[in-house]
Design a binder for this molecule. Structure first.
Ligand SMILES: [Zn+2]
Length: 105
């Protein structure tokens, strides 16, 4: 019967809505636990650690349009995993540098 099928679809919607609500509640809880004065969190997706370092890589943009400076704020663990990724774009002023964030000293 059409009514039954509609009922099932409605139930599925309700379940999806409940899941979304749970996800939002989780996000709120995580947000509340974060120190508002804390530095930015790690740039890596799925990492909620506070950023401890800025990893800077400066390289020559492809096509010779000039230097590009990429900066990402990462936690200590993910900073340790960082490595130069643009070695094919190295030039005289190429830089790969790790800078401690002021707050983490
Ligand atoms: Zn991290």
């Amino acid at each position: 019967m059409a009514d039954t099928k509609q009922g099932r679809a409605k139930q599925a919607d309700d379940e999806a809505n409940r899941q979304r609500e749970r996800d939002r509640a989780e996000a709120r809880k995580r947000g509340d636990e974060a120190d508002p004065d804390a530095p930015a969190t790690c740039y890596r997706r799925d990492c909620a650690e506070p950023a401890a370092f800025v990893v800077v890589e400066r390289y020559q943009e492809e096509g010779g349009h000039g230097a590009v400076e990429a900066r990402v704020e990462l936690c200590a663990t993910h900073t340790a995993e960082e490595r130069p990724v643009n070695l094919d774009a190295v030039y005289d002023d190429y830089v790969f540098r790790v800078e401690p964030l002021p707050d983490s000293a």
